[in-house]
Design a protein around this ligand. Structure first.
Ligand code: COI
Length: 354
């Protein structure tokens, strides 16, 4: 049993919830009433508080703004079929936050602090957890450097925060992706495996170029040869070729996705052949051409399972099988939803009840 942490709570005077159209929620634009804050100074987290969601006041020289020392997480809360609030695998996010933090010289957030802060916040904003199909409350924990200092060194002060927002689908349609062979997302020894803010900033320019060509997202390839598939913009990437589920092995350049792990766990449990290994562009394109590429999709918290409609490579677009025929991705999406909603057994202990 964990010690209960002392979290002060200042509630909003007037909730904004009635201003939200829960039938039409854009992703990442509407924030619930409260947010959690803890400050790190002199080697410890203190002043744990939940306050109304509001703007922050920070020094213009705050290290995070200049040197990008910042990591974050993404997870989701749902209302299950009995109306209870549940969170999908929060302990895994707490652990990954600390893996990212270590790489960016950011102090660890104790797992019990992460979990208790999230629990208190969700209990307070329980009404913001939507219960409609394909909706969730997206939870965004993040830690950033707060030193008021111009100079390169790890900050001494940090802030850990959690904000939440009700969300609908991240991608409103199956995605068109382009295999990127010029720009690089992550190189061996870099920060690719960390959920570090700067990784996303660096991906924007190549993604913008691809969007101008009509694609939604990039598929990143290895930094050395640009021959092997790594991950897609906001997601891990998976293929089903000849009934085998294949995904790039988790490495220092790939984010160890929690949805990725959940999909692989379910597939193995169903007796499917699963391979975590290097997969070349050539192999994927050959499979797309000869009809053995049965399925391709992204897996991520925000995106959940995002069907890939077509893959662009070297100026050619390869159209993939119709979405309705994607046996595996449709099945795994349904299975994960059923677990979250309490309609299927939580065999792997993924569901955290508030
Ligand atoms: C997530 O999947 O939760 C992410 O953090 C991706 C982000 C770009 C929305």
């Amino acid at each position: 049993m964990l010690d209960t942490l002392d979290i002060s709570i200042q509630k909003v005077q007037n909730s904004r919830i009635n201003e939200v159209d829960f039938n039409n929620i854009p992703f990442g634009r509407v924030y619930s009433d409260h947010m959690f804050i803890a400050d790190y100074e002199d080697g410890q987290w203190s002043d744990l508080r939940i306050v109304p969601y509001e703007k922050l006041s920070m020094a213009p020289a705050s290290s995070v703004i200049h040197y990008g020392q910042s990591v974050f997480e993404g997870l989701k809360a749902y209302k299950n079929k009995n109306g209870e609030a549940v969170v999908f695998r929060p302990e895994a996010n707490a652990k990954r936050l600390n893996k990212s933090a270590e790489r960016m010289c950011i102090p660890e957030v104790p797992e019990e602090l992460f979990i208790q802060a999230m629990t208190e916040l969700l209990n307070l904003d329980n009404a913001w957890i939507p219960n409609k199909e394909n909706t969730a409350l997206y939870i965004r924990p993040f830690v950033f450097a707060m030193d008021d200092y111009i100079g390169i060194k790890p900050s001494e002060k940090y802030r850990f925060m959690i904000i939440t927002c009700p969300v609908g689908a991240y991608y409103s349609e199956p995605v068109k992706v382009k295999i990127e062979t010029e720009f690089t997302r992550a190189a061996k020894g870099g920060t690719g495996y960390a959920k570090a803010a700067g990784n996303y900033a660096a991906s924007l320019y190549p993604a913008k170029l691809a969007q101008k060509q009509g694609y939604h997202q990039l598929v990143w390839t290895d930094a050395t040869e640009h021959k092997y598939i790594e991950e897609s913009g906001t997601m891990n990437i998976m293929f089903v070729i000849n009934d085998t589920l294949i995904t790039p092995e988790a490495s220092s350049t790939i984010l160890r996705g929690i949805t990725r792990d959940s999909v692989l766990t379910l597939a193995r449990d169903w007796g499917m052949k699963v391979e975590e290994r290097r997969i070349s562009i050539k192999e994927v394109i050959e499979a797309a051409k000869n009809g053995t590429l049965q399925d391709a999709f992204g897996a991520g918290t925000a995106a959940t399972i995002a069907h890939i409609e077509l893959i662009g490579h070297d100026g050619v677009d390869y159209k993939l099988p119709p979405i309705a025929e994607r046996a595996f991705s449709n099945k795994v999406l349904k299975a994960m939803d059923a677990i979250k909603l309490g309609e299927a057994e939580d065999k792997f202990d993924w569901i955290f009840k508030l």
